[in-house]
Design a protein. Structure first.
Length: 278
């Protein structure tokens, strides 16, 4: 069997979507309702008067941060769902017996926990936008506005004002570094989802906090010893402080997390230990 076949990979993806369709639908429904509730609540549903476009823009601006935080959390934590449908022994046996290579099955699950989650989030946002316009039209005497249009207009005005005073090349690099950081965090949770059996997102989050504390403590302790007992100076290299350094660091993190997650997936068995999938 060749290592990667497109047709076989497509069949694996279709099977995965069919198996997890209820999980994806619940995600879509929850996000749609959450976004709709945020938009309707921001427009003061108890004030049954007509609202102007400026009123709507101000209201949407107030809750745009909350919607952004919800979106980031969902995209990041969705990585821990990579094998959420393999809870029972029979489900694991079916996965192992699937006529496809480990690489095809793993890539399909990574896509289902990253790109598909982003697609569901975007679709839920647009549907919620339509729903909130309908509700606000009923509540505020036929007036309504689109949060999608409001966000687009705000971004265009910021670009025209050029308040950040940065070159387009640097602005592009900043955007790339932010996207890479998002996917690097998602990759960490994919690794956590592969490693931990139950409540993977919670255990991965606790492990992240613990690792951060340990690394920070080691660095501070090392810096203290260097300053106290030597004449050397501890400093962070300049390339780590710029956007290109972040892109390189996040790329390495993504590759490392994917590699170890794939190795764990290849060692997956019908019966694993109580806490870990190894």
């Amino acid at each position: 069997m060749e290592n990667f076949n497109i047709q076989r990979f497509g069949n694996v993806c279709s099977r995965l979507v069919m198996i997890r369709k209820q999980e994806y639908f619940r995600m879509f429904l929850g996000l749609m309702l959450a976004f709709t509730l945020c938009c309707v609540s921001a427009c003061n549903p108890f004030h049954l008067e007509a609202l102007s476009d400026e009123d709507y823009k101000l209201a949407f601006l107030k809750i745009s941060g909350l919607i952004g935080v919800i979106s980031l959390i969902i995209v990041v934590l969705s990585g821990s769902m990579i094998i959420s449908d393999l809870k029972t022994k029979q489900q694991r046996i079916d996965e192992l017996a699937l006529p496809a290579t480990n690489l095809e099955k793993f890539v399909a699950r990574v896509i289902g926990s990253t790109l598909l989650a982003v697609v569901i989030l975007v679709v839920a946002f647009f549907v919620a936008d339509l729903l909130q316009m309908l509700i606000n039209m009923l509540l505020h005497k036929g007036t309504f506005a689109s949060i999608t249009v409001a966000v687009k207009d705000t971004i265009m005005k910021l670009e025209e004002l050029d308040t950040l005073d940065v070159k387009k090349e640097r602005s592009m690099l900043v955007s790339i570094s932010m996207v890479m950081m998002l996917f690097a965090t998602n990759a960490y949770y994919i690794l956590g989802g592969m490693l931990f059996r139950k409540s993977a997102w919670l255990k991965a989050s606790l492990a992240f906090v613990l690792l951060t504390i340990i690394v920070f403590s080691l660095f501070v302790g090392y810096a203290y010893l260097v300053y106290k007992y030597t004449d050397y100076v501890v400093y962070i290299p300049g390339w780590l402080n710029n956007d290109l350094g972040l892109v390189i660091f996040n790329t390495i993190q993504i590759v490392v997390c994917y590699y170890f997650a794939y190795r764990i997936y290849c060692r997956l068995q019908a019966i694993n230990t109580r806490w870990l999938n190894i």
